[in-house]
Design a protein around this ligand. Structure first.
Ligand code: NAD
Length: 269
């Protein structure tokens, strides 16, 4: 599907953009006309490849290594964006990870790691973005809004997940963080929304789709009958970042093939 140039002249930061969903979103934002910063924690080659893919659309892009859970790294990343691009219009808060364990085996380090990257990382980036959006205000030639933030949540902001209590807690936290930010920032014409992906084919969940058996098991949870691809999320992100969604504020858009429709009840429960 052709993506129209709905983001021409806008400047975007995508965290965790050298793999999976973030990579797909970063490339789609570039295709839609935005200049893009590709943030990553490790994997220089993969990050540079995403930058090259984005530049093919005739827009600006660069890679920036930073740990989103580090206040200092995040501050440095935003400082550079303003230096290089002059402004920021779009933050895609995407970086995230899993450290799975049964609760009786889960270490404090596993708990803290997931909360610090998935939740605190989104807070730190949203705070810097909000400061910059508030400083600059609305520039009508660029966008109706002073800025847009899209938080990558998960169906696990709704669906409890045994063996993943740290991850589900981080995503439940993102839900109310996003809604509270949206309420606080809307009067300043800053829009904050979230995407809740279902099962998307990326390196984070290889074991859920790599073998035929695993894939068939997974499909019992997906009424639409296919795994999601990063491009499914990327199209939603472009829309939420664009003026086409200008009246959408504080909403979580589920892009999950129906995973949250309680498929276990499809034959009567
Ligand atoms: P992925 O492992 O392919 O990508 C994760 C990205 O986050 C990588 O680029 C990695 O470098 C980056 N990252 C990790 N720690 C970081 C840190 N401290 N600082 C900066 N970057 C860091 O996984 P993915 O599936 O693309 O996941 C992206 C987001 O989507 C995550 O927030 C994840 O929770 C969410 N999500 C994924 C799925 C899915 O099925 N794949 C479903 C729901 C939600």
């Amino acid at each position: 599907m052709a993506v129209h140039k709905v983001l021409t002249g806008q400047k975007a930061l995508v965290t965790g953009a050298n793999s999976g969903i973030g990579q797909g979103v970063a490339i789609a934002l570039g295709q839609a006309g935005a200049d893009v910063v590709v943030n990553y924690i490790e994997g220089d080659d993969a990050a540079n490849k995403v930058v090259d893919d984005i530049r093919r659309f005739g827009v600006n892009a660069y890679a920036h290594q930073a740990d989103v859970s580090s206040e200092q790294d995040v501050a440095g990343m935003f400082k550079r964006i303003v230096q290089e691009f002059g402004a920021i219009d779009i933050l895609i808060n995407n970086a995230g990870l899993q450290r799975d364990a049964a609760v009786h085996d889960m270490t404090l380090a596993q708990w803290n790691k997931v909360l610090s990257v998935n939740l605190t990382g989104q807070f730190l980036c949203a705070r810097e973005a909000a400061r910059e959006f508030l400083r600059r205000g609305v520039v009508p030639a660029v966008s109706c809004a002073a800025g847009k933030i899209v938080c990558m949540s998960s169906v696990h902001q709704e669906i409890p997940w045994a063996g993943h209590v740290n991850y589900a807690s981080s995503k439940g936290g993102i839900k109310l963080m996003m809604e509270s930010l949206a309420q606080e920032l809307a009067p300043h014409r800053i829009r904050v929304n979230a995407i809740a992906p279902g099962a998307i084919r990326t390196p984070i969940n290889t074991s859920a789709w790599q073998t035929r058996d695993a894939y068939n098991q997974l499909m019992k949870l997906v009424p639409y009958g296919r795994i999601g691809e990063p491009a499914d999320i990327a199209r939603a992100a472009v829309w939420l970042a664009s003026d086409h969604s200008d009246y959408v504020v504080g909403t979580t858009l589920f892009v999950d093939g129906g995973m949250t429709l309680y498929p276990g009840f499809s034959t009567g429960g």
